[in-house]
Write a protein that binds this ligand. Structure first.
Ligand code: NAD
Length: 484
């Protein structure tokens, strides 16, 4: 262990680890195409536990020929029974999947924490229940599409190609698959290369729920497989969640192809704290906003805009709170901060944090012991940040908070909107009128007031500007999968 400094609260927690055996890891995984599991014809790669760097399993990834097979299987399923099945019949499948996710919730939570590095507390209490909630929610819509506001008889689009990132592997799969199936589409999903295991377990659940073969296909693989799926002629709709750079590339590649496209991309959200805010609550919200899931959250509150008069008080309160966060074994139920998902992501967080120091901001981290093996980064706070600094402009996608100040509401709006992104924002104040005044001016798809990082299947989510277009979740989330 590399000792940075040892905090002593006098109230240490005894370890409370979940057993890794609950994940029922297999030695090897493949692809799921046309209702069958088989080895992909692409590379065989080892998926690694980011907390230990030990391999978890081997995954025989998809090849381009497997993409052809999966799209063909999805087309057959679409032209076969699926698109003509009644909404209530589709709903039964979705309800079944939702219940099966709940039944296998503990297994999925442990598997997610092993493959992603996120604390079990979060995978158990947020990722898995919210994934099940999405299937329950969209099951409810499947037989009511004619009343969703998209005309009396909205039709599905066809075969959806879906590409997702590694930060919420199962939840992102649920966000994508549930509305697509509710609307009568079939799906080819490509999980991220570092986190394929829960999507493949979801495929197992889908098989056990007796979905017709080919309605859902899962193809683990890297960027080349994502690209092959996106560019495939047999795909009618692309749904992508990931980085802005790749989103732009995808938008270029589908231009003039007639494919429908929705993009959920990066963010650099402002979390804005006024002097009349309930400060203890705001500090909890700031911590949740940026340190939840190690900051690997597209809508993370990575820029704290604090009213100048309370800057010192807020920073002191934040430091006190950060000193109590426990970093370590993701499977320990006491852990607040888990591992960074990959060596590549850790390198990016380090590089951007170093640039913060080089550009003159003040860096601070609490006393915290980093394990020797695995990918780890301590919760980090930068004060004295200027808007021109890279750490105030670029998405770090890690546990790093940049603190800036403002004096008036207008200055807060100007600074919050001074970004190419526009995914989310937070406002902390006692005044309802100020919340509404701010929310009307913030160019962000989601604006939270006196809370942060709240996710609910009934609520639409999506961005402005370089954060993408299209909405996922809620009634709006159906629109991306309906031709009307
Ligand atoms: P990424 O764009 O590198 O990869 C995302 C997915 O796209 C992966 O499955 C990857 O294999 C695939 N991919 C890569 N290149 C591709 C290409 N040329 N064509 C098709 N597919 C390709 O992003 P990442 O680093 O895995 O994820 C982090 C990013 O995702 C962050 O920027 C984050 O903000 C964003 N994100 C956004 C949301 C949202 O809802 N807006 C949610 C989660 C993450």
């Amino acid at each position: 262990m590399t000792e940075i400094e040892t905090p002593s609260t006098g109230f240490e927690y005894a370890p409370a680890p979940e057993s890794a055996a609950i994940a029922r890891l297999k030695q090897s995984y493949g692809i799921y195409v046309g209702g069958e599991f088989r080895a992909g014809r692409g590379e065989a790669v080892k998926t690694v536990n980011p907390a230990t760097e030990e391999p978890l399993a081997e995954v025989a990834e998809a090849s381009e020929a497997d993409v052809d097979d999966a799209v063909a299987a999805a087309r057959r399923a679409y032209d076969g029974a699926w698109s003509r099945l009644s909404g209530s019949a589709r709903a039964k499948y979705l309800f079944r999947i939702a219940r099966a996710i709940q039944e296998r919730g503990r297994e999925l939570a442990v598997l997610e924490s092993l493959d992603n590095g996120k604390p079990i507390r979060e995978s158990r209490d947020v990722d898995i229940p919210t994934a099940a909630a999405h299937f329950f929610y969209y099951a409810g819509w499947a037989d009511k599409l004619g009343y969703a506001g998209f005309g009396p008889d909205p039709r599905p689009i066809g075969v959806a190609g879906q590409v997702i990132p590694w930060n919420f592997p199962l939840l992102m799969a649920a966000w994508k698959i549930a509305p697509a199936l509710a609307a009568g589409n079939t799906v080819v999903l490509k999980p991220a290369e570092t986190t394929p295991l829960t999507a493949l377990t979801l495929a197992e659940i889908i098989a056990e729920c007796d979905l017709p073969p080919g309605v859902v296909n899962v193809l683990p693989g890297g960027p080349a497989i994502g690209q092959a799926l996106v560019e495939h002629e047999g795909v009618d709709k692309i749904a992508f969640t990931g980085s802005t750079a790749v989103g732009k590339q995808i938008q270029r590649s589908v231009a003039a192809s007639g494919k429908r496209l929705s993009l959920e991309l990066g963010g650099k959200a402002a979390n804005i704290v006024f002097s009349d805010a309930p400060l203890d609550q705001a500090i909890e919200g700031i911590v949740n906003g940026i340190f939840f899931n190690q900051g690997h959250v597209c809508c993370a509150g990575s820029r704290l805009l604090v009213q100048e008069s309370i800057h010192d008080e807020v920073v002191a309160g934040l430091k006190d709170r950060l000193r109590t966060l426990r970093l370590g074994d993701p499977l320990d139920k006491n852990t607040d901060i888990g591992a960074i998902n990959s060596a590549a992501q850790l390198a990016r967080i380090r590089e951007l944090s170093d640039s913060g120091e080089a550009e003159g901001a003040d860096r601070w981290s609490p006393a915290c012991t980093l394990p020797d093996k695995g990918f780890w980064f301590p919760p980090t706070l930068f004060t004295g940040v200027s808007q021109a600094n890279r750490i105030a402009r670029e998405e770090i996608f890690g546990p790093v908070l940049s603190v800036l100040t403002f004096r008036t509401p207008q200055e807060a709006v100007d600074k919050a909107n001074n970004t190419p992104y526009g995914l989310s924002a937070g406002i902390w104040t006692e005044k309802g009128s100020r919340i509404l005044w701010m929310a009307n001016r913030l160019r962000a798809g989601v604006v939270w007031a006196n809370t942060f990082n709240r996710f609910d299947p009934t609520s639409p989510f999506g961005g402005y500007k370089e954060s993408g277009f299209g909405r996922e979740g809620g009634r709006h989330g159906l629109e991306a999968y309906l031709a009307h």
